[in-house]
Design a protein around this ligand. Structure first.
Ligand code: ADP
Ligand code: MG
Length: 223
């Protein structure tokens, strides 16, 4: 799917505490693109991701997926759209501690009342190198393995797009690099669009296209 944002702004609070978290951001992202977003803490990176992915609505501006304005959808349509077309990976892996890795990965399908796809689970976990860890609980896995489980969970519903908000922020550099290599593999082998927020210039440099955001204003990094 093609994503197009037009004049996105997000303002939090009023009066003294008014904050312009996003300031008239426009951008286009094509299917299969790998885009990184860097910027200082508080610059609006997560806000941008929330707007683009339909998690929270902008104060003004629009977001189109293949020409369709997602904030023109009803709440129910929008959440179905997110469940089916978008995968999320977060800094905190957000795995449910009482479920095994395999159960965590299948969770989005269960929430969508879809049958677990065991073959696809096997393919994904093989690709991500966690095939022999599916019966383990999250606390029995390393941070890098937990994040790979979270990536498999983000992919199980076969979304077109994966948004990752500082996916390596809780990992040491070796595991961080490994997780990024996995995400790249997923993108290359499966043709997913990948939008990654990161503090790490090395990771940002892996993307085809680098964006930077400062005080809510987005710019393209030349290169
Ligand atoms: P980043 O992810 O780049 O660290 P954020 O997008 O989380 O930055 O935040 C951008 C700005 O918006 C910050 O000043 C932050 O304090 C503010 N902000 C984010 N979310 C909220 C919210 N729910 N309510 C009020 N202010 C918020
Ligand atoms: Mg953030």
């Amino acid at each position: 799917m093609n994503i197009e944002a037009k004049g996105l702004s997000k303002i939090y609070g009023e009066g003294e505490s008014r904050i312009i978290a996003l300031n008239r951001v426009s951008l286009k992202i094509g299917q299969g693109d790998f885009v990184s977003v860097t910027g200082p803490s508080g610059s609006g990176k997560s806000t941008l991701l929330h707007m683009l992915s339909g998690l929270d609505s902008p104060t003004s501006g629009q977001i189109f997926y293949d020409g369709k304005d997602i904030y023109g959808l009803t709440d129910r349509e929008l959440s179905a759209f997110r469940r089916r077309r978008i995968g999320f990976v977060f800094q905190q892996f957000n795995l449910l501690p009482v479920l095994t890795a395999g159960e965590n990965i299948l969770m989005p399908l269960l929430l969508d009342k879809k049958k677990p796809d065991e073959d696809y689970l096997e393919e994904l976990s093989g690709l991500l190198g966690i095939g022999d860890r599916l019966n383990h609980l999250p606390h029995e896995l390393s941070g890098g393995q937990q994040q790979r489980v979270a990536i498999a969970r983000a992919l199980i519903a076969k979304p077109d797009i994966v948004f990752a908000d500082e996916p390596t922020g809780n990992l040491d550099s070796k595991n961080g690099r490994e997780v990024m290599e996995m995400l790249q593999t997923v993108r290359e082998k499966m043709g997913k669009t990948l939008i990654v927020i990161t503090h790490d210039p090395g990771i940002a440099g892996m993307a085809d296209r680098q964006l930077s955001i400062v005080d809510g204003i987005l710019s393209e990094v030349a290169g």
